[in-house]
Each structure stands twice: as structure tokens, then as C-alpha cells.
Design a protein around this ligand. Structure first.
Ligand code: HEM
Length: 193
């Protein structure tokens, strides 16, 4: 069975962990006992988000220059189209969210640093922009959209794996031989592959 290569699997699962970390750090920061810890959580949120911002371009370039292993048996055309749009939305959100995060902070006159390096200011503190458009609100709303898109993405992968029983998920699993369902293919009368 053809699967994604190691580089792409590493990008996929590494970025999945960074996105989950970025989301968990801001969503659950209210549970932390002290103000300092809450600040630390937002700082780590920013570092994870900027890590995603660096990697998403590598991923987009990789995706644009490599063939994707086929799904067997091939899903209907409309499903393939829907998956293409859903993936494009995920890429778009992973690029837009960190960018909006940078603008949200810089429009309030705050510096943004990644691993100790202060990013150049894309925006001076701009009172007019801050009043007319809150980058923070757009960032938060798109963050919620990303959570919904991720839930849909995971659900679709699980439906393909456990219900349709094709190789959609197995192509991306990190270790060869994981996802034991692969040994049975109900669509070919339970023959071993
Ligand atoms: C893919 C990466 C990112 C995701 C998924 C994401 C998601 C979110 C979400 C959902 C919230 C709202 C949390 C809430 O109040 O309910 C939020 C808040 C925030 N994000 Fe991000 N974000 C990302 C990257 C970034 C980056 C790169 C920066 C800064 C450069 C940033 C700065 C902020 C700030 C300052 C807040 C407000 C925190 C507070 O209220 O104290 N984010 N983010």
C-alpha cells in the first residue's frame, strides 16, 4: 500500500501537536491558578503558533510539488472535491491565524518575539485600526472555525477507517503496520490484502 513519505508524516503529526498545544494553551488558561502562569500559557501559545506559521509554508510547498498516495478504493468524485476544499481551508486557517495573531499584538503596540527573536513590526500601533477592526476578535473567531474544521477532519478520517474501511487514514499513520483494520477489506468480501 502506498503511503505518505516520512517527511510529510512528520509535518502532519508535528503540526497537529502544535495546533492542539496552541489551542489548549489559550482555551484552558483560565484554569491556571496564577496570573503569571496565564501569561506563560499565552506566551507558549504564541510560540506554538509562530512555529506553525514557519512550518505551514514548507507543508504547502511540499504538497504542491508531490503526488498524494491514492485512496483505495477511490471515493466518489464529489467526496474527493469536498476533501480538497476542506484541506485548503485547514491550510488557509493555519497560515491566517498566526498572521492575525501578530497583527493583533502589533496593532496594540506590543512586540512579538519567536524563540527570542523580535519580529519586524508589520503594523505600527494604530488606534484607528484597533477601533475599527479588532484583529484579536477575528483571530478568535477563525480559531473557533479551525476547531470545527479539525473536528470534521478527524471525524472524516475515522469514518473512512472504521466504516468505509479504505486506506485514507492508514496512508498517514506514523508507523508501518499500525491501523490493524488494514488486514481486512470488507469491500472485497473480507479477503486479506
Ligand atoms: C495556528 C495557530 C493559532 C491558533 C489555532 C490560535 C487560536 C487562538 C484562539 C482560539 C484564541 C482565543 C482563545 C479564547 O480566548 O477563547 C486565541 C487567542 C490569542 N492568540 Fe492565538 N492562535 C494561533 C496563533 C497565534 C499567534 C502566532 C499569536 C501571536 C503572534 C497569537 C496570539 C494570540 C493572543 C494574544 C490571544 C489572546 C490571548 C488572551 O486573551 O490573553 N495566536 N488564539
Amino acid at each position: 500500500m502506498e503511503s505518505y513519505n516520512k517527511t510529510y508524516k512528520l509535518l502532519h503529526w508535528g503540526m497537529a501537536l502544535l495546533v492542539i498545544a496552541a489551542l489548549a494553551l489559550v482555551e484552558f488558561r483560565g484554569w491556571l491558578p496564577s496570573k503569571d502562569m496565564k501569561h506563560e500559557a499565552v506566551f507558549l501559545h504564541i510560540q506554538a503558533g509562530l512555529g506553525i506559521f514557519c512550518l505551514i509554508w514548507v507543508r504547502i510547498i511540499w504538497r504542491a510539488t508531490h503526488d498524494v498516495p491514492p485512496i483505495v478504493p477511490a471515493p466518489p468524485g464529489f467526496q474527493q472535491k469536498a476533501a480538497g476544499w476542506a484541506h485548503a481551508l485547514l491550510y488557509l486557517l493555519m497560515a491566517a491565524l498566526p498572521f492575525l495573531g501578530i497583527l493583533a499584538l502589533q496593532s496594540k503596540g506590543k512586540d512579538v518575539a519567536f524563540l527570542g527573536w523580535t519580529l519586524p513590526a508589520l503594523l505600527d500601533e494604530d488606534k484607528w485600526l484597533s477601533y475599527s477592526l479588532s484583529f484579536r476578535n477575528v483571530h478568535e473567531t477563525l480559531g473557533n472555525l479551525l476547531m470545527a474544521a479539525i473536528a470534521f477532519h478527524v471525524l472524516a478520517a475515522l469514518v473512512h477507517h472504521f466504516h468505509v474501511r479504505d486506506n485514507t487514514l492508514r496512508r498517514m499513520l506514523p508507523f508501518p503496520g499500525s491501523g490493524r483494520l488494514e488486514t481486512f477489506n470488507t469491500s472485497t468480501k473480507g479477503n486479506r490484502q
